[in-house]
Design a protein around this ligand. Structure first.
Ligand code: PMP
Length: 444
């Protein structure tokens, strides 16, 4: 597949599987919200069972290397560091139940009926308020409600991309986003990054080289590396975007999960690029991903086009879920509720940062994210994280090999660890299960 392409290759990206939920690690564990891409093979438009050929952008998706890893690790005692899955025990089940009951009791049938394509007015109000209080002043008219950010990404793909259009992204990045763009025939290209995110010079160079349709970026607590772009870098990126005809697709699911440091404004808040910025947000990481509620903030005219795509895709986001979420937001302070969750996640991050260096081979570098769900390890060159996880899986623990997140030139010696899903003692146990495999590989 494209992700195995040799360094420096310039062949166009092949179609890859779009957002595909990972197989559950155990029957009782839900599929991680952050789906990772599967390995794809060629294009299988002419399946023997198909009366006519399939769409060529979907047809390539046949299997998932990651799913195989999950199968290896299937068992009741699996400790998974693979998914960006919020911890079940940290959801406010009582508060959410109260909001659903209130909506049913007070609104009744209308909450169970069809609603608006753009989103229920109360949900748009609530999302606008949340955005205005956190990252950027927003009015409800600037928002389209989506069924999670993943649908937002899909709608951006459907609305902006024609086959062959180039989309630039951090390398590595959240591959399910690229999956959504590739489903429309996009060709994806990596932009060079350092620990502070995309390099403005390389962004400019890639814009001149590829004349891309859009830049996709996750500037805060990036998935998979955990890195955050400082304010000056954001201004420099906005500077480049302002000077070129290109859309900015800014994906911001994690910024409210900040454990230390000061918030940084979204790139989309830069006044120079208001007419070309789409900012995606979601309740998945701050309330509950099962609600499937997110939004796109953008210029009103493009929201209308996005709504056309939304209507064709899913008609609308669930009426009752939006009403319950809006009620919840109105009657609870998410930032306050998040304090306990963030305390727990910070502790989990710290446990992982403490134990990982004793488990991974000497010479490994590990990122120390100020928030979010992931940290990123770079083992010394020569280690193959995919081969190692196949040995680690049967020991009852899993991670996602970093190579699956690369747009191009994958580094086989990288690993993404999610630190949020397990309590500290389990994190330590899971990491120690891996140790003999890493020790043996280092000795080999
Ligand atoms: N963007 C990024 C960077 C993500 O990590 C995720 C989920 N892990 C999503 C989008 C999708 O989130 P959701 O659809 O649950 O809002």
């Amino acid at each position: 597949t494209e992700s195995r392409m040799p360094a420096g290759s310039h062949a166009p990206t092949e179609v890859q599987v779009p957002a595909e939920p990972e197989a559950p690690a155990t029957p009782s564990t839900p599929a991680p919200a952050d789906s990772v891409p599967g390995a794809t093979t060629g294009s299988d438009t002419a399946h023997p069972g198909a009366p006519r050929e399939l769409n060529r952008h979907v047809a390539g998706a046949t299997g998932s290397a990651i799913r195989n890893i999950f199968k290896l690790a299937a068992g009741p005692d699996v400790i998974s560091f693979a998914g960006g899955t919020p911890a079940n025990e940290l959801f406010d089940t009582v508060g959410i139940a109260q909001s659903y009951a209130h909506v049913i009791d007070t609104i009744g049938g209308r909450a169970l009926n069809y609603g608006s394509v753009e989103g229920e007015p109360e949900m748009k109000e609530a999302a606008a308020k949340r955005l205005s209080e956190s990252s950027c002043a927003t009015s409800p008219d600037q928002l389209l409600i989506t069924s999670g950010s993943q649908q937002g990404l899909g709608l951006c793909g459907q609305t902006l991309i024609n086959p062959g259009d180039v989309v630039l992204a951090e390398n590595p990045t959240f591959m399910s986003a690229l999956g959504a763009f590739k489903l429309q025939g996009a060709v994806c290209r990596g932009v060079e990054s350092d620990e502070f995110g995309i390099l403005p010079e390389d962004l400019e160079a890639k814009i001149l080289e590829h004349s891309p349709k859009a830049l996709y970026t996750i500037p805060t607590f990036q998935n998979p590396t955990g890195s955050t772009m400082p304010a000056e870098r954001r201004t420099a990126i906005a500077d480049v975007i302002a000077r070129h005809s290109i859309w900015l697709i800014e994906d911001d699911p994690y910024s409210e999960l900040r454990y230390e440091g000061e918030p940084v404004p979204a790139i989309s808040t830069d006044p120079r690029i208001q007419d070309k910025s789409l900012l995606l947000g979601t309740l998945s990481k701050v309330l509950a991903p099962g609600l499937r509620i997110g939004w796109i903030r953008g210029p009103e005219w493009i929201l209308e086009r996005l709504a056309t795509a939304k209507q064709a895709t899913s008609l609308q986001t669930s009426t009752i879920d939006q009403m319950a979420a809006a009620h919840y937001i109105e009657h609870n302070s998410i930032p306050e509720k998040l304090l306990a969750v963030k305390d727990a996640y910070r502790q989990r991050r710290d446990t992982m940062l403490e134990v990982l260096p004793t488990v991974l081979p000497e010479g490994t570098s590990i990122t120390r994210p100020d928030g979010g769900m992931f940290l990123w390890a770079k083992l010394p060159d020569g280690f193959d994280a995919t081969a190692l996880v196949e040995e680690i899986g049967p020991r009852g623990t899993v991670y996602v090999p970093g190579s699956t997140f690369f747009v191009e030139n994958p580094d086989p010696a990288t690993i993404r660890f999610s630190f949020v899903s397990n309590a500290p003692a389990r994190i330590e146990e899971g990491l120690l299960r891996m140790k003999p495999v890493f020790d043996a590989a280092a000795a080999a």
